[in-house]
Design a protein around this ligand. Structure first.
Ligand code: ADP
Length: 170
């Protein structure tokens, strides 16, 4: 274990990756030597955007940042952390509902893996309402969600035609 280096994982579904996620990662860079973004993947659940796309957006965004890498994972977050020799789990907190949900998971994770600490960053006020769920709803109904997508990405890729539902219809 590289115990003197502060290595964090930032797990999530990133379906899609938003300005809220981008902000937490950029702020996390001040705290950690390395952040591995873990794109959760569940073989029995269909995501809105394909896994490959969710990963490639993150790769594009942080291509110039050597402290950040991205990997997909399936299964327990604590196992993903162990695989990457991470001692921290980074998460963002928007609301009291987020807090209750995150509290239970973090306490369970801590019980299962003593060396692993969860670290929470509160959202900046202007990004508090940004959720992947609402972004998906906007796209699903033909709206323009581009303001919630990081500027460095090609926003045309976040269109209904690129979702899993649309790809399946082909
Ligand atoms: P999950 O499905 O595990 O909640 P998400 O992809 O929705 O995964 O989110 C990953 C992480 O990013 C979570 O810690 C979540 O709280 C955080 N996050 C999501 N949106 C925002 C936001 N607008 N501001 C700050 N953190 C956020």
């Amino acid at each position: 274990m590289e115990s003197n280096r502060k290595i964090a994982i930032f797990p999530g579904s990133f379906d899609p990756f938003t300005t809220g996620h981008e902000s937490i990662i950029n702020r996390g860079l001040d705290l950690f030597d390395k952040i591995i973004i873990g794109v959760g993947h569940n073989a029995t659940k269909t995501s809105f955007f394909p896994l490959e796309k969710r990963i490639s957006w993150i790769e594009q965004l942080f291509a110039e940042e050597p402290k950040i890498s991205v990997a997909s994972y399936e299964g327990l977050t604590i196992d993903f952390a162990k695989k990457h020799q991470a001692n921290y789990i980074l998460r963002g907190l928007r609301t009291a509902a987020d807090f209750e949900y995150e509290r239970a998971i973090a306490q369970m994770n801590k019980t299962l893996s003593q060396g692993l600490e969860s670290v929470f960053l509160l959202t900046t006020p202007e990004l508090t309402p940004v959720t992947s769920t609402i972004v998906r709803d906007i796209i699903r109904h033909g709206g323009d969600a581009s303001i919630f997508i990081p500027n460095a990405l090609d926003k045309s890729e976040f269109a209904l035609k690129n979702t899993v539902a649309a790809l399946k219809k082909k």
